[in-house]
Design a protein around this ligand. Structure first.
Ligand SMILES: CC(=O)SCCNC(=O)CCNC(=O)[C@H](O)C(C)(C)COP(=O)(O)OP(=O)(O)OC[C@H]1O[C@@H](n2cnc3c(N)ncnc32)[C@H](O)[C@@H]1OP(=O)(O)O
Length: 197
């Protein structure tokens, strides 16, 4: 398996893969100038490679996923994350240490469930979503494609969050959020809309 992205998030993905006993052959990163990262080679992508994208930016993960189809490694889950066996988790998704992903949850492809995030029962998380460290999704929350939930944000039960939104660090979301909205504060308020995916 190879990891896209010789950077901070790639480093964490490498640690989780290694913890899972997955052999990481190297990193792929056109923007990285050295020959090695963390003692592993910087490689070219090849047709037969299995890859995980170790890049935190949701839109970059989507661009890479669209470009290199059918090469994605199954989800990797840290041994100290708690994930229900009933959950559906898509390929390329990474679940970090101490995350809790409770019963009857669906998580799409190329998502990040970051350190100590809590995803409660019956949540639906679509592709390319990032749930940041210590964020809490209460029961039955849905998060549409590409949305970033910031560190420590809290979403009350049953809320629907649209596609490509950004929920600011520490926000408390008590109402549904429309597509592309950037929301901050407690209670969450929209400060702007993003223009593109
Ligand atoms: C392992 C890891 O590191 S995972 C990464 C986790 N990353 C995060 O959690 C980052 C989340 N990002 C944020 O919270 C950002 O502040 C954003 C995306 C919400 C806003 O960023 P920007 O678009 O650059 O907005 P900007 O900094 O210009 O702030 C706009 C206004 O919102 C306010 N604001 C920004 N973020 C927040 C916030 N989290 N909570 C409350 N108010 C905020 C600013 O004070 C400013 O207010 P003003 O207009 O009255 O001065």
């Amino acid at each position: 398996m190879k990891i896209f992205g010789a950077s901070g998030h790639g480093k964490v993905v490498n640690a989780i893969a290694t913890d899972n006993g997955i052999v990481v052959e190297g990193f792929i990163d056109d923007n990285y100038q050295k020959d090695t990262y963390l003692g592993l080679p910087i490689c070219k992508i090849q047709d037969f490679d299995e890859i995980i994208i170790g890049i935190g930016d949701n839109s970059i993960r989507k661009k890479l996923a669209d470009k290199y189809k059918n090469q994605w490694h199954k989800a990797i889950i840290h041994s100290r994350a708690i994930v229900s066996l009933q959950d559906e988790i898509g390929f390329g998704t990474v679940i970090m240490p101490n995350a809790v992903v409770n019963e009857s949850i669906s998580i799409g492809n190329h998502c990040i469930i970051n350190t100590s995030a809590v995803v409660e029962h019956d949540c639906i998380i679509k592709d390319f979503v990032h749930i940041s460290p210590n964020a809490t999704l209460s029961g039955g929350v849905s998060v549409d494609v590409g949305t970033h939930i910031g560190a420590g944000a809290v979403v009350i039960p049953g809320i629907k969050i649209g596609r490509w939104c950004t929920i600011g660090a520490g926000a408390v979301i008590i109402k549904d959020v429309p597509d592309y909205a950037v929301v901050v504060g407690n209670p969450g308020r929209i400060i702007k809309f993003k223009e593109i995916d």
